[in-house]
Ligand binder design. Structure first.
Ligand code: ZN
Length: 159
């Protein structure tokens, strides 16, 4: 495993639409392992492949219950709403309030390319939405209600 460089806002790779993963191979497995390690190293709640410069539809998330890998994720159901602080490893030192659904159901493939569904509420729902946005080249900063704030400590930033 290896820590990969996290791309930051201004890097064009973060604005591109990612491609679907067609099959699992050694290279993609390595990428997923590296993404998980990079997420933990950076104290993030989630990380999407474009954030390490790879335009593939892969995200990893850990809201404190172990790593979740979503390949080709597709949000198929949302419910309710929540407003909360959001941050991003690609936008260091910033945070802002974003409205997200309070519940999401996502369809995705696992590392064996088996389809599965995952439901999440609160922080997990927020993380799923945030990371899936990355795969379409969208950053949370465009969804912030009011001002994007400076954060002084890393603990203030969620993702
Ligand atoms: Zn992010």
């Amino acid at each position: 495993m290896a820590i990969r460089n996290i791309r930051t806002m201004g890097d064009p790779v973060l604005t591109k639409k990612c491609k679907e993963v067609k099959e699992m191979n050694e290279r993609t497995r390595q990428l997923i392992d590296d993404m998980i390690e990079t997420m933990y190293e950076s104290d993030g709640v989630g990380l999407a492949a474009p954030q390490v410069g790879v335009l593939k539809r892969i995200v990893v998330i850990d809201v404190g219950e172990g790593p979740i890998v979503l390949i080709n994720p597709e949000i198929i159901e949302t419910e309710g709403s929540q407003i909360g602080n959001e941050g991003c490893l690609s936008v260091p030192g910033k945070a802002g309030e974003v409205e997200r659904p309070n519940y999401v159901k996502v369809k995705a493939y696992d590392e064996e390319m088996q389809e599965f569904e995952l439901e999440g509420t609160e922080l997990l729902a927020r993380a799923i939405c945030h990371e899936c946005d990355h795969l379409d080249g969208k950053l949370y900063v465009d969804l912030v209600m009011g001002e994007l704030m400076d954060v002084t400590t890393e603990e203030d930033a969620l993702e």
